[in-house]
Design a protein around this ligand. Structure first.
Ligand SMILES: [Cu+2]
Length: 303
């Protein structure tokens, strides 16, 4: 199997792996389509260990991703848009090179992902049996779904074949529905989540997400279980911290997947009262450190 060192290119997942994987209960369940933005078409995507089930293609424009996790491990739905001129074969070849790079190449190799694709949003993490929902607009092109989360073995699911090609067709004639109405907007900058208050009301909420930074960012939402935000931050970002034994001290509660600078979207979440964090695990291309270690880690109280 892949050496763990290699996996550090995707710091995000390491972390989940460090906590011994196998998540317990599901967070963020919820139904599709509320009163607002209910005319946005729904595309259902289901994750298994380790694959996606989805339509192979749909037309460009606004889409509501209803993401269900039927697997035994936590998954998310990252959408990557292949860059112009990158055909699927080149994507696969380069991806395999990234995943099999010698450990001495380290995190720098992760940067090669940006040679072939752009982060284009998607649904945040859902635990086994869980649900996550996101709204976004996709232009025509060739995309790949991917899951970067790793299980107990430390191997990111993308290295186990958890990708799927998606074609988004041109459709210049269709009038687009109005975007969802958000109760709050989270600005992602280098390196913080700003614009959102530290307290959110419980229940179903739509959070707009805007990447105002110079790097790609994500907003994963985690509900803390028996750990303080400060201790979790240390566990996730301090390379010298010993990983806690046992199941992860948090549940996945959805969010919005990595999106390139200028990107925007909506996370539709259903939050129960408790302590949460917003977190971005995407590594800084400059040094490979996850953005969470640089400030993209924001505690939230839901009441
Ligand atoms: Cu970030």
């Amino acid at each position: 199997m892949l050496p763990v060192r290699r996996v550090s290119l995707l710091a995000l997942v390491l972390v989940v792996a460090a906590f011994g994987a196998m998540a317990s209960a599901c967070g963020g369940d919820g139904g599709g389509g509320g009163a607002e933005g209910s005319d946005i078409r729904v595309v259902s995507v289901t994750a298994a260990d380790f694959s996606f089930t989805s339509p192979d293609f749909f037309n460009q424009g606004m889409v509501r991703l209803a993401f269900t996790n039927s697997g035994q491990e936590t998954h998310h739905l990252q959408i990557l848009k292949l860059k112009s001129g990158v055909i699927q074969a080149k994507f696969k070849t380069t991806l395999n090179q990234i995943l099999s790079a010698v450990p001495t190449e380290g995190e720098a190799d992760f940067n090669r992902l940006y040679e072939i694709a752009d982060f284009s949003g998607g649904a945040g993490p859902a635990d086994p049996g869980g649900y996550s929902e996101a709204v976004l607009s996709l232009e025509s092109g060739v995309y790949v779904y991917a899951c970067f989360i790793a299980g107990a073995d430390g191997v990111p699911h993308i290295a186990k074949g958890m990708t799927r090609v998606l074609t988004v067709n041109p459709d210049p004639g269709t009038k687009q529905p109005a975007p969802p109405t958000a109760s709050a907007t989270v600005d992602m900058v280098d390196f913080a989540f700003t614009g959102i208050t530290a307290t959110l009301p419980a229940g179903k909420t739509t959070l707009a997400v805007v990447n105002k930074g110079q790097q790609s960012h994500e907003m994963s939402i985690l509900r803390l279980k028996g750990i303080t935000a400060a201790d979790l931050r240390k566990a996730l970002t301090d390379p010298n911290a010993a990983p806690p034994a046992g199941p992860p001290p948090y549940e996945s509660a959805g969010g919005f997947r990595g999106t390139a600078p200028g990107g925007t979207g909506w996370a539709v979440v259903n939050l129960t009262p408790g302590e949460y964090v917003l977190v971005c695990f995407i590594p800084d291309p400059a040094d490979g450190k996850p953005h969470a270690a640089k400030g993209m880690f924001k505690p939230l109280t839901v009441q």
